[in-house]
Design a protein around this ligand. Structure first.
Ligand SMILES: Cc1cc2nc3c(=O)[nH]c(=O)nc-3n(C[C@H](O)[C@H](O)[C@H](O)COP(=O)(O)OP(=O)(O)OC[C@H]3O[C@@H](n4cnc5c(N)ncnc54)[C@H](O)[C@@H]3O)c2cc1C
Length: 384
C-alpha cells in the first residue's frame, strides 16, 4: 500500500474519503480502470464491516453455532458434551478471521497502486479534502464516511450499557442480557449470546422483530427465537435505563421492568457526516444523510456519496455495489451492476430465504449472511 505523505498533498483522478466497504470498493475498481486514486482513512482500512460489523459478528455466530451443534449432537447419535465457552479463544478466533481479511485487503490496495492516506479528512472545497493540513485534490470526490451506533437519549454508553462496538470486545459471557432493538444487529447478538448460554431478552419498540423486513420473515424469526428460549417484548418503548454495580434495569412504557447483567443498545446507526465540511460545501443533506441522485451524485458537481451515509439499507453489499458503480460510471465503462439500489435486486429477500425455508434456527441465522458472502465473492471475481 502506498502510504501517502499528507504534508505534500497531491492531485488525483479520484479522492475517496473513508475506506469502508463503499470507499475501498470504489477505490479498487477505479484504480483497476486506470484512475489515480487517493483513499483516506482515519481508522482502519476496511471500516465497520471488517473490523466492527459483518465479519466479527459472523465469527461469533459461527462459534455459537458450533456450541449449539454440540448440544444437539445426541439427536443424530453423536455423543458429545459442551464443556463451556472459552471466550478468550473465541476472541482469538474472531481476531484471526478479521486479520486474515485485513491483510488481504491491504495487499489488494497496495497492488492496485492506490495512495492510502492515514488521517482524518475534511471536505474543504468541492474538489479537495484536507488531511492534517495537506490538500488532496480530485477531479472527483467520493464521500464514504459510513455510520456510527446510535444511542437512546438518557442511556449513556459505559459500564454495563454498550453498543455493538463494545459488545464485540467483550471478554466474558453475561448470565443475562437485554438487547434493546430487534433489528438485524440486535437479533444477531441475541442469537450469539443465547448460543453461549446467556438468558436473553430483546426489547423492541415496534410491533415485531426485524421490523424493516416483511412480516412473514419476522414471524419466522420470532418462531425460531421462541423455540430457542430467546425472550422478546415488542411494541413497547423504553422509558428508563438504569445501571449499578449489580446490573442493568430497563423499564418500558407500560411499567414492565427487565433486569440483566448487561444491556446492548442496538437502535440503529446514524450517518457519520457531522463536522466534515459537507454542509459548508453546499451538499444537500437530510438529517445527516447525504442526498444523491440515481447515479449517486450529490447536488455539488464532481462530488458523489456511497454506503451508509446515503439514505437506504445500511448493508455492506449495498456499499460495495455503490462504490463499484460510481467507479465504473466515472470511467465510462458499462456498469457491472445495472442498479445501484441493491435492495431492488432481490438481495435482501434472499437474506431471509433460509428462514422462510424453515431451516433450524441457528442454521437459519447464519444463512442470513449467505448472500453477502456470495455477493462479495461475485464482486471479487469481477474485480480480479
Ligand atoms: C455489528 C454490525 C454487524 C453488521 N453486519 C452486517 C452484515 O452481516 N452484512 C452487511 O451487509 N452489513 C452488515 N453491517 C453493516 C455494514 O458494516 C455497513 O453497512 C458497511 O460497513 C457500510 O460501509 P461504508 O463504507 O458506508 O461505511 P464504513 O464501513 O462505516 O466505513 C466508513 C469509514 O470511513 C472512515 N471515516 C469516517 N470519517 C472519516 C474522516 N473524516 N476521515 C477519514 N476517514 C473517515 C471510518 O473510520 C470508516 O472506516 C453490520 C454493521 C454492524 C455495526
Amino acid at each position: 500500500m502506498t502510504i501517502g505523505q499528507p504534508e505534500s498533498g497531491g492531485e488525483f483522478d479520484l479522492v475517496v474519503l473513508g475506506a469502508g466497504s463503499g470507499g475501498y470498493a470504489c477505490a479498487l475498481r477505479a484504480a483497476q480502470l486506470g484512475m489515480s486514486v487517493a483513499l483516506i482513512e482515519k481508522g482502519e482500512l476496511g471500516g465497520t464491516c471488517l473490523h466492527r460489523g459483518c465479519i466479527p459478528t459472523k465469527a461469533l455466530l459461527h462459534a455459537g453455532e458450533d456450541a449449539d451443534e454440540v448440544r444437539e449432537s445426541a439427536a443424530v447419535g453423536v455423543q458429545a458434551t459442551l464443556q463451556g465457552i472459552d471466550m478468550a479463544q473465541v476472541n482469538t478466533y474472531k481476531a484471526g478471521v478479521v486479520n486474515r481479511l485485513y491483510k488481504g485487503l491491504q495487499g489488494l490496495v497496495k497492488s492496485r497502486g492506490i495512495t492510502y492516506v492515514q488521517g482524518e479528512g475534511r471536505l474543504v472545497a468541492p474538489n479537495a479534502v484536507e488531511v492534517d493540513g495537506a490538500r488532496l485534490v480530485g477531479r472527483t470526490i467520493v464521500l464514504a464516511t459510513g455510520s456510527y451506533a446510535r444511542t437512546l437519549p438518557g442511556s449513556d454508553i459505559g459500564g454495563r450499557v454498550m453498543t455493538s462496538d463494545q459488545a464485540l470486545q467483550l471478554e466474558w459471557i453475561p448470565q443475562s442480557v437485554i438487547v434493546l432493538g430487534g433489528g438485524v444487529i440486535g437479533v444477531e447478538f441475541a442469537s450469539v449470546w443465547k448460543s453461549f448460554g446467556s438468558d436473553v431478552t430483546i426489547v423492541e419498540a415496534l410491533p415485531r422483530l426485524v421490523p424493516s423486513e416483511d412480516e412473514s420473515s419476522s414471524k419466522a424469526l420470532e418462531r425460531a427465537f421462541r423455540k430457542r428460549g430467546i425472550k422478546f417484548s415488542t411494541g413497547k418503548r423504553v422509558s428508563s435505563v438504569q445501571q449499578n454495580e449489580a446490573g442493568v434495569q430497563v423499564t418500558v412504557e407500560d411499567g414492565t421492568t427487565f433486569e440483566a447483567d448487561l444491556l446492548l443498545v442496538a437502535v440503529g446507526r446514524g450517518p457519520s457526516t457531522a463536522g466534515l465540511g459537507y454542509e459548508e460545501q453546499g451538499i444537500a443533506m437530510d438529517r445527516g444523510f447525504v442526498l444523491t441522485d440515481d447515479h449517486l451524485r450529490t447536488n455539488v458537481p464532481g462530488v458523489y456519496a456511497v454506503g451508509d451515509i446515503v439514505p437506504g439499507l445500511q448493508l455492506a453489499h449495498r456499499g460495495f455495489a455503490q462504490g463499484i458503480f460510481v467507479a465504473e460510471h466515472l470511467a465510462g465503462v458499462k456498469a457491472l451492476l445495472d442498479d445501484v439500489n441493491v435492495e431492488d435486486k432481490g438481495c435482501v429477500e434472499k437474506v431471509y430465504r433460509g428462514l422462510l425455508a424453515g431451516m433450524s434456527a441457528p442454521g437459519a441465522l447464519s444463512h442470513l449472511e449467505r448472500p453477502n458472502y456470495d455477493f462479495a465473492r461475485w464482486i471479487a471475481a469481477k474485480m480480479s
